[in-house]
Design a binder for this molecule. Structure first.
Ligand code: ZN
Length: 177
């Protein structure tokens, strides 16, 4: 009886080994690689979140008041108002590229004005009821910095005017080729 059991056990073991060998698939590694490749790219828009104290260290008093407390700089005082060089305007707080010099125009209002943004997803528009007016506030989508306001009295082709505090922006001149 014991012999029979041993034989049955050996046969079962042999079958199990054969099945195991058949299952091994040389393409398994390749399939894993392909799955990794086809995964979607991680979103480039990662929020920049800092405490008030951290922003105070990074920004000047005026920059902090305008970008984090929604103050407005005095008109015709911003250093970028008269800037007509070719380049890109970024968020003073997080460096997100927001506007291009090609879209800047002189609206005569005293603040840098743009008729379009580099990418509308980089900007958040929010209704603003302060000072008894109904306006649309413009914020940086990445770090929520207050940039200015947007109006619908801009030039063609968009008809909109982003009226932006100079102090909310950093300017980087295009490198000459
Ligand atoms: Zn920002």
């Amino acid at each position: 009886m014991k012999k029979v059991l041993i034989v049955v056990f050996c046969v079962a073991l042999t079958i199990a080994l054969i099945c195991g060998l058949q299952k091994s698939d040389p393409d398994n590694g390749l399939q894993e690689k392909n799955i990794k490749k086809s995964q979607p790219e991680k979103s480039k828009m990662e929020k920049v979140i800092k405490t008030e104290e951290e922003w105070k260290i990074l920004l000047t008093d005026t920059e902090y008041k305008v970008t984090r407390e929604k103050a407005t700089e005095r008109p015709f005082t911003g250093e970028l108002y008269y800037n007509d060089e070719t380049g890109v305007y970024s968020c003073k707080c997080c460096g997100a590229e927001l506007f291009r010099s090609e879209n800047k125009f002189d609206a005569g209002c005293g603040w840098p004005s743009f008729w379009d943004a580099i990418d509308k997803y980089k900007i958040i528009e929010k209704k603003d009821y302060s000072y008894g007016m109904i306006r649309t506030e413009v914020l940086c989508a990445k770090c929520d910095a207050h940039l200015g306001h947007v109006f619908d009295d801009g030039p063609n082709p968009t008809g909109i005017r982003y009226c932006i505090n100079s102090v909310s922006l950093s300017f980087k001149k295009d490198s000459t080729k």
